[in-house]
Design a binder for this molecule. Structure first.
Ligand code: PLP
Length: 334
């Protein structure tokens, strides 16, 4: 049968089927972006509902969430990721419909125990959403850990080639909220074009190789610079020094992802100088592509950013690790 292209496209359906299977879900829908996916899920809430969200999360979504909840009468309660008791305390305070988890949390990579968060959410009568963009559909399986919905910015590892903007939501079951989400998607029109849907399928054919290599490169880089002169901290869930390492070992299988952050001695000015000397790392927003990127997040996020201004965020690509190490070494040494 022929359908209107805003309702669905065959290309997107093929991609959705693959993603659904990878995440062990009951259904999957693609969106025009990760933000379209995340905001549509929040738009299933009604005035008077309550959502618990982490203080550290993708900043643009956090900014939107604050405004949306204020304007539409939704109670937004923040919990501290990385603090075991914080979510439990927030959930005890009032009835809550949705709990949002991002693990590892962009860009300081706090880990949240998804299985524990799901237990807490369900005991409080809430549903759990896991933004698993950084963990990819390969390393962590939030639905197996108890999440009700998984979100991906498919712009990142799923596509992998930095040439598509896309998002996905996968549901553990097709419940009433899922029906409402599908309605929001089609009626508001935040759908993905068929060509982009096809490009995602192309990207996913190499995702296991890209993610494996990115994980290996990130681990090697983190270990190399952990005690390097001029470096004050390497933040990477794969390091035993990371406060969430035990959680990462439990819920990330096959690697700790390609994202890490490094803090440097000498504050904001020296950190900006170090970034300016990099030749191989491309200065750009985004993550999860084949090329390594670097970003001074505090500068990008502007006033009110919780990110320290001596921190650079790295998306580690699939290049030769010697080239990456050499470039960062010469940039730090100056
Ligand atoms: N979630 C996370 C963790 C992200 O890093 C991003 C974007 O960087 C998004 C969601 C939003 O995705 P998009 O840029 O595809 O709208």
């Amino acid at each position: 049968s022929r359908r209107y292209a805003r309702d669905q496209s065959l290309n997107s359906e093929m991609t959705e089927a693959v993603l659904c299977e990878m995440e062990n879900g009951a259904d999957c829908k693609l969106f025009a972006s990760g933000m379209a996916a995340a905001t549509a899920l929040v738009q299933t809430l009604r005035p008077g509902d309550r959502i618990a969200a982490p203080t550290v999360m993708y900043w643009s979504f956090r900014d939107w969430l604050i405004l949306f909840c204020r304007d539409w009468g939704i109670d937004l309660a923040f919990y501290t990721p990385g603090d075991e008791n914080s979510l439990a305390i927030v959930l005890q305070a009032a009835p809550t419909q949705l709990v949002w988890v991002e693990s590892p949390a962009n860009p300081t990579w706090e880990m949240v125990d998804i299985a524990r968060a799901a237990d807490l959410a369900h005991a409080a009568g809430a549903q759990l959403v896991a933004d698993s963009t950084v963990s990819t559909p390969l390393l962590t399986k939030p639905i197996e850990l108890g999440a009700d919905y998984v979100i991906h910015s498919a712009t990142k590892y799923i596509n992998g080639h930095s040439d598509v903007v896309a998002g996905a939501v996968i549901a553990a079951k097709q419940d009433a909220r899922w029906e409402r989400l599908c309605m929001v998607r089609v009626k508001q029109g935040g759908i993905l074009g068929p060509f982009e849907g096809w490009l995602l399928l192309r990207g996913m054919r190499t995702m296991h190789l890209r993610v494996e290599r990115a994980c290996q490169n990130a681990m090697a880089l983190a270990l190399h610079f952990e005690n390097f002169p001029g470096v004050s901290q390497v933040i990477y869930p794969g390091l035993t020094s990371h406060p969430g390492h035990e959680i990462a070992v439990k819920q990330m299988k096959g690697g700790f992802g390609g994202m890490l952050s490094i803090r440097f001695d000498g504050g904001k000015a020296r950190t900006a100088e170090i970034m300016g000397r990099m030749k191989h790392f491309v200065r750009a927003t985004s993550l999860g592509g084949v090329e390594s990127l670097v970003e001074h997040r505090a500068l990008v996020e502007g006033d009110g950013s919780p990110v320290p201004d001596d921190l650079l965020r790295f998306s580690i690509g699939i290049e030769n690790i010697e080239d990456l190490i050499h470039d960062l070494e010469q940039a730090v040494r100056g």
